[in-house]
Design a protein around this ligand. Structure first.
Ligand SMILES: Cc1ncc(COP(=O)(O)O)c(C=O)c1O
Length: 414
């Protein structure tokens, strides 16, 4: 056998070699089809190769593959920023484009540092913000993501998050109060507001285990930030673009972040990410102090505009909410018959099914793949949570197939 020329660094959840994808399905090299409920890790929200997105990318490829924004402005930059401004809640109306979530997180912190003149950042236990050095230092969802990479950038402080483990046997409100006190304490004892450039939070912890922020918690965090004059940054890389049944998850909480971070589902699989802030803040970012060769490239913008055409169709998000409620109900019903499952949670099509023992979650995941060709992923510090993140365009029939496969896997691994 010939040695592979590929690095082994990717942790693979399947051993599949795939050649094409359409909607919720991918086809392996041997012709077998698999139901892909990972959506490329919450990316292909419009499904694999949605014809409208493919056409937009093909048309764009014939006009411009690359038009570098430092050199000139291509004709999709303003339309994309304009559409995002209409969709993002609150006063956010100005956007900077990059290529990946981690790059956008880095950009958000650079913007916050420059516009406050402060050095530090506060994040929350269990968060995931990316793989670059600062984003990695902001990430505490799994030790594997950090171990062996010291020294990590300094100036990152971690506040408590009201997860299930912390809440066991306690009143949910008391847990939220404790965690809000924890944030206040970090601001009192570790990094004062005048040294804190940003507090960064995912409205639903993604890699950390699909854990929605309790409403009182996220609103409390935003309030603490407002009272102390610290910018509040919402990392919506995974929750954005309809994943939770709202265009952006902050809408569920009626709050307006000072900076929003976007990626993943934005381009239906074409790499594009963004940060948004009110013009008054963006204007204070010294020209030339940040940038990037490919950010805002026309191919990514074409993919994003075409994606938005689909997500903003009348009734689209309503359908996501309905499918999500139905899927959550089916999964909750399975929980009642199975003591291995300790929680089913999540808004829209961002649903976590937590097992008491990670080995059970992984066995069920493997059974779904091996017996029913259903691809599912896990999340959480010990991979004890099976996360449901199908494409937002998933059919009811495919949801039915997947839930049946999951039910069979539960029965046969018992
Ligand atoms: C909330 C959040 N932020 C940032 C990132 C990093 O995005 P990327 O992998 O595109 O760099 C992710 C990726 O999973 C994420 O879920």
């Amino acid at each position: 056998m010939t040695e592979s020329n590929l690095a082994d660094i990717w942790h693979r959840i399947t051993d599949l070699d795939v050649v094409s994808g359409a909607g919720s399905w991918v086809t392996a090299a041997d012709g077998t089809e698999y139901l892909d409920f990972t959506a490329g890790i919450a990316v292909t929200s419009t499904g694999h190769c949605h014809p409208h997105v493919v056409r937009a990318v093909q048309d764009q490829a014939a006009r411009f593959l690359h038009a570098q924004p430092n050199v000139y402005r291509h004709d999709l930059l303003e339309p994309l920023a304009g559409r995002l401004a209409d969709l993002v809640p609150g006063a956010i109306d100005t956007f900077f484009f990059a290529n990946s979530g981690a790059e956008a997180v880095e950009a958000a912190i650079k913007l916050a540092k420059q516009t406050t003149g402060r050095p530090n950042v506060i994040v929350f236990e269990g968060s995931f913000h990316g793989r670059t050095h600062l984003a990695m230092a902001m990430t505490t969802s799994k030790i594997l993501y950090r171990a062996g990479y010291a020294p990590l950038p300094s100036g990152v402080f971690v506040a408590p998050f009201p997860d299930r483990r912390r809440g066991l046997g306690r009143e949910p409100d008391a847990v939220v109060d404790d965690c809000l006190d924890g944030l206040k304490s970090v601001l009192q004892t570790q990094t004062a507001p005048k040294e804190t450039a940003a507090v960064v939070l995912e409205p639903v912890l993604g890699e950390g285990g699909y854990i929605p922020c309790p409403k009182r918690f996220l609103r409390g965090v935003a309030e603490i930030c407002r009272e102390r004059g610290v910018p509040f940054v919402a990392d919506e890389v995974q929750t954005g673009f309809g994943r939770t049944g709202a265009m952006f998850a902050v809408e569920h909480f009626d709050i307006e972040p000072d900076i929003i971070v976007l990626g993943k589902g934005m381009g239906s699989g074409f790499p594009i990410s963004a940060i948004g802030a009110p013009r008054s803040r963006m204007q204070q970012w010294p020209v030339g102090s940040h940038g990037g060769t490919y950010g805002g490239n026309p191919m990514g913008c074409a993919a994003a505009l075409a994606t938005l055409d689909i997500l903003t169709q009348p009734g689209f998000l309503e359908r996501v909410r309905q499918l999500g409620s139905r899927l959550t109900r089916s999964l909750s019903a399975m929980q009642h018959g199975d003591p291995r499952i300790v929680d089913v949670r999540g808004p829209g099509l961002m649903i976590g099914v937590e097992f008491a023992d990670p080995a059970d979650a992984q066995q069920v995941q493997a059974h779904c793949l091996d017996h029913d060709r259903l691809i599912l992923m896990t999340a959480g510090p010990t991979n004890s949570v099976i996360r449901w993140m199908p494409p937002l365009v998933v059919s009811e029939a495919d949801i039915e197939l997947a839930t049946q496969a999951f039910g069979c896997a539960l029965t046969e691994t018992r």
